[in-house]
Write a protein that binds this ligand. Structure first.
Ligand code: BGC
Length: 744
C-alpha cells in the first residue's frame, strides 16, 4: 500500500472511528447523556466499587471502561503531601512540597471576595498540578465557640460573610477542573467529642446561621462535592443524615454533586445507603484487616452493600443515584481533557499568599500610632516570643502541610527592616518546641533548657533596651490549640504569656502584641498594650506578609470575621451552658453527647448586641494606618415592594495621609417583627480602596432576602412588611449612620 492510499484509507475510516466513540467519552455530548451512557455499561460490582475508597485518598473508577481513578487530597489551605497507599504516613515523595496559603480565618478577614477567588485559583492550580480531582475543602462551619480546634480552617461567625467568601473560592478551584469538597456539612462546630457530638438545633437556627454558607457553595458556587461531618444531627450521623443530605442538600437545593463521607465517618450500611451518602472514605481498615483479603472491600458501602442489593434489601436504583453523582464528579474533573495543567509553588502563588496574608492581617489597636515601625526614630527593635521563630505550616491535623519553604516573622522582619534598625531576639517563653505531623518535620529544634524565669528575664532586658517591642505570641498547631480533634481548654493564652506580656510592657511601653492564631484569645492586658495585631497563620510567606504591614509597605485592611470575646461567657454557646453537652443516645441507641444550641440564632455579634456586651474587639473591627470618614447614608426609595430592591448609598472618604482600603459594612435592623430578631445582621459589605483625600460612594442593593427570617412553621423565608433600618458600620459596634425604609 502506498503512503497516499494509507492516508486516504485512514481519512475514510475516521468518521467510522468517531461514530464509535462511546457517548460517555465524548465531551461534546451533554453531561447527563454521558453519565447515563456510562451507567448503562457498568456491572453491579463496578457500580459498588466506584462509590468507596480503594486507598486512603482515592477511589478506583472503572478500569474496564477507561473511567479513571478519582484522587482526593486535603485540604483547605494547601495540597497535602502524598501519603502511603493505605496509611497516613508519608510516601516520602521529594516533589510534593506545596504553597501553604493563609488560614481560612485570614482569608475571611480580608472581607474581599477577589482574594477568595485568587486563593481558590491558586490552590486549585496546585491540586491540579498534583493530579488531584477533589480538594478536601474549603471549610465553612460557623465559628460558634472560640474554643473549636478547627476555627482556623473556617470562615468566621457570620453566615453572610462566609457565603460571600466561599463562592469565589469554589469557582477559583473548580476553574481548574478540580472539585472542591465543601466541609463539614453541617454543624461540625466543635472538635471535642467530634464523633459523638449531637447538636440539638431548631430549624430556624439551622437555616439562618448554619446552612447559608453551604447553600451558597452548592447553589451559587455549584460546588461539585460536599463532605459530611463526623458529628450527628438529630441523632443521626451528619455524613448520611437524611434531613441534611436528602431533604435539604439534594432536595431543597436541587444539588447534583456527590456527598463524600468524612474519613471514617461511616458506621453502618443501611444508614449510609439511605441517608444520602454517595462515597465512603477512610473507614478504619485496621479493624477490618484481620481475615479480610482486602479491607476496602469490606467498607460499609462495599461488599455488605452489594450483598444487600443482591438479596433485595436495597434497590439498584438507589445505588444508581450515587453512581451517577460519582460519574458526574469524575467527568467534571479527571475526565475533563480540556482542563488546564496547573502549577506548583509558582511565583504567582507566592505573591498570592503574601497578598492575601497582608490583606487579612487585622490591626486591632494602635495607640499613639505605634505602628508602622518608623525607622527614622526606631533604631533598635526587640522581637520577643516563640511564635516569631516557630514554623506553623506543619501541625493542626489534616490541613498540615509540607511547605516548600516558610518565612518566619523574625526572618521577614530582618529581611525588611534589618538594614535600618538593629533587631534583637529573645524567646521569652517555651511553648511547644516540637514540629512534626504524620512524618513531616519542620526540621527546627526549638528545645530550650532555660527556666521560665531565665527566659522571661532575658526578654525583659532586651525589651527595656529597645525602642520598640514586637511580641509574637498566641497559639500554635499543637493539640488543644488550633488543631483538629481537640478543642482548646480555655480562652486564655497558653505558656504563661499573659504574665510575660505584662512584664514586657512594664519594661517598655512601646510594645506591640502580634497574635498568631486562627481564633480569638483572652487579652486581659489589652488596655495596657498600645498596639495589638491579629496575624493568623499565613503559610509560606508569613514573615514577609507580617513585615509588609509592620513596616507600613502594606496598609492593614483586614477586619475580624468573628467576635473577640473578653471572656467565654460573652459567647452564647458557653454562657448558656450547653458546651460540651450532656450524655444522650442516637437513633440506633448508641451513646452520644447531646449539645443543645441554647443560644439559637444568637451567635457571635448577635449575642453581643442582644445582651449589650463589650467584647475585647467586636466582629467586623479592624484599623488602618489612615482614617476614614463616612457620610450620611441614603436610600434610593423609602418604600419598596417585595419584588423591588432598594439601593443604600454612603460616601466614604480617606481623611488621612496614606492610601488605604476600608471595609464598609451594611447591617439590616428589623424595627418591628412578629418574631424575635437580632438587633442587626450583616447583609452587605464592600472593600474600597481610597487615596488620601479621595471619596467614593459605596452602594448596596437590598432585596427581600436581606430582610427575611426563616419561619420554621411555614418552612420558608419570610419578609414581613414594615419598617427596617439600613445600618452602616466600620464594624458591628462602630455604627457610622443609618437610614430607614419600609417594606410594603
Ligand atoms: C478530617 C477531614 C479531612 C479528612 C481527610 C478527617 O479527619 O475531618 O477534614 O479532609 O480527615 O484527611
Amino acid at each position: 500500500m502506498t503512503l497516499r492510499n494509507l492516508i486516504i484509507g485512514m481519512m475514510m475510516a475516521a468518521p467510522a472511528l468517531q461514530a464509535a466513540t462511546p457517548v460517555y467519552l465524548d465531551e461534546s455530548k451533554p453531561l447527563e447523556d454521558r453519565v447515563e451512557d456510562a451507567l448503562s455499561r457498568m456491572t453491579l460490582e463496578e457500580k459498588v466499587a466506584i462509590i468507596h475508597a480503594q486507598s486512603k485518598f482515592s477511589a478506583p473508577g472503572v478500569p474496564r471502561l477507561g473511567i479513571p481513578e478519582l484522587w482526593t487530597t486535603d485540604g483547605p489551605m494547601g495540597v497535602r503531601p502524598e501519603v502511603l497507599w493505605d496509611e497516613w504516613e508519608q510516601a516520602e515523595w521529594t516533589n510534593d512540597s506545596c504553597t501553604a496559603f493563609p488560614s481560612l480565618t485570614c482569608l475571611a478577614a480580608t472581607w474581599n471576595p477577589e482574594m477568595a477567588k485568587l486563593y481558590g485559583k491558586s490552590i486549585g492550580e496546585e491540586a491540579r498540578f498534583r493530579n488531584k480531582s477533589v480538594l478536601l475543602g474549603p471549610g465553612v462551619n460557623i465559628y460558634r465557640t472560640p474554643l473549636c480546634g478547627r476555627n482556623f480552617e473556617y470562615m468566621g461567625e457570620d453566615p453572610y460573610l462566609a457565603s460571600r467568601m466561599v463562592v469565589p473560592y469554589v469557582n477559583g478551584v473548580q476553574d481548574n477542573g478540580v472539585s472542591v469538597c465543601v466541609k463539614h456539612f453541617a454543624l461540625n462546630n466543635n472538635e471535642i467529642n467530634r464523633h459523638t457530638s449531637n447538636p440539638i438545633v431548631d430549624d430556624r437556627t439551622l437555616y439562618e446561621i448554619y446552612l447559608p454558607a453551604f447553600k451558597a457553595a452548592a447553589t451559587e458556587g455549584n460546588a461539585w462535592s460536599f463532605m459530611g461531618g463526623y458529628n450527628l444531627f438529630r441523632g443521626q450521623h451528619a455524613s448520611y443524615n437524611p434531613i441534611l443530605m436528602n431533604d435539604i442538600l439534594k432536595g431543597e437545593w436541587g444539588w447534583d454533586g456527590a456527598v463524600i463521607s468524612d474519613w471514617g465517618a461511616v458506621h453502618d450500611t443501611k444508614s449510609a445507603v439511605e441517608g444520602g451518602l454517595d462515597m465512603e472514605f477512610g473507614s478504619w481498615t485496621d479493624g477490618l484487616a484481620g481475615g479480610a483479603s482486602n479491607a476496602y472491600d469490606n467498607y460499609w458501602l462495599a461488599k455488605p452493600y452489594l450483598k444487600g442489593i443482591q438479596d433485595g434489601t436495597y434497590s439498584e436504583e438507589q445505588l444508581n443515584d450515587k453512581v451517577r453523582r460519582v460519574l458526574r464528579l469524575t467527568m467534571r474533573t479527571a475526565m475533563d481533557r480540556n482542563r488546564p495543567w496547573g502549577s506548583m509553588v509558582s511565583d504567582e502563588h507566592k505573591a498570592a499568599c503574601r497578598q492575601i496574608g497582608g490583606e487579612g492581617i487585622v490591626l486591632l489597636q494602635n495607640k499613639n500610632n505605634l505602628l508602622p515601625v518608623n525607622t527614622d526614630k526606631v533604631k533598635k527593635i526587640a522581637v520577643i516570643g516563640e511564635n516569631a521563630i516557630k514554623m506553623m505550616t506543619v501541625g493542626g491535623g489534616s490541613s498540615s502541610l509540607k511547605a516548600k519553604y516558610e518565612i518566619t516573622p523574625l526572618d521577614g522582619l530582618k529581611a525588611r527592616l534589618g538594614d535600618k534598625a538593629e533587631i534583637v531576639y529573645a524567646r521569652g517563653y517555651v511553648g511547644d518546641p516540637t514540629g512534626e505531623y504524620n512524618g513531616v518535620v519542620t526540621g527546627q529544634n526549638l528545645e530550650d533548657p532555660r527556666s521560665p524565669e531565665e527566659l522571661a528575664a532575658e526578654a525583659e532586658k532586651v525589651a527595656r533596651e529597645a525602642d520598640i517591642v514586637l511580641f509574637f505570641g498566641g497559639l500554635n498547631k499543637s493539640g488543644h490549640q488550633d488543631c483538629e480533634d481537640t478543642d482548646r481548654l480555655g480562652l486564655e493564652l497558653p505558656y504563661g504569656q499573659d504574665a510575660l506580656i505584662e512584664r514586657i510592657v512594664a519594661a517598655n511601653p512601646n510594645t506591640a502584641f502580634i497574635n498568631i492564631s486562627g481564633t480569638g484569645v483572652a487579652m486581659p492586658w489589652a488596655s495596657k498594650v498600645p498596639a495589638i495585631m491579629q496575624a493568623w497563620y499565613l503559610g509560606n510567606e508569613t514573615g514577609n506578609a507580617i513585615a509588609d504591614v509592620i513596616s507600613g509597605d502594606v496598609n492593614p485592611s483586614g477586619k475580624l470575621p468573628y467576635t473577640y470575646y473578653a471572656t467565654l461567657d460573652q459567647c452564647g454557646a458557653h454562657k448558656l451552658g450547653a458546651y460540651p453537652g450532656t450524655p444522650g443516645v442516637d437513633v440506633l441507641g448508641n451513646e452520644v453527647m447531646d449539645m443543645p444550641y441554647n443560644e439559637g440564632i444568637y451567635v457571635g455579634y448577635r449575642f453581643i448586641d442582644k445582651n449589650k456586651l463589650k467584647p475585647t474587639f467586636p466582629f467586623g473591627h479592624g484599623l488602618s494606618y489612615t482614617t476614614f470618614e463616612y457620610g450620611k447614608p441614603t436610600v434610593s426609595k423609602s418604600v419598596m415592594t417585595p419584588d423591588e430592591t432598594v439601593t443604600v448609598s454612603v460616601p466614604v472618604t480617606n481623611t488621612g495621609s496614606r492610601s488605604g482600603q476600608e471595609v464598609v459594612q451594611l447591617y439590616i435592623r428589623d424595627l418591628k417583627s412578629s418574631v424575635d430578631r437580632p438587633v442587626k445582621e450583616l447583609k452587605g459589605f464592600e472593600k474600597v480602596d481610597l487615596a488620601p483625600g479621595q471619596t467614593k460612594v459605596v452602594h448596596f442593593e437590598i432585596g427581600k432576602d436581606a430582610l427575611s427570617f426563616f419561619d420554621a412553621d411555614r418552612h420558608e423565608w419570610v419578609a414581613e412588611p414594615g419598617k427596617f433600618e439600613a445600618v452602616i458600620g466600620a464594624s458591628s459596634a462602630d455604627v457610622r449612620g443609618s437610614v430607614p425604609f419600609t417594606l410594603k
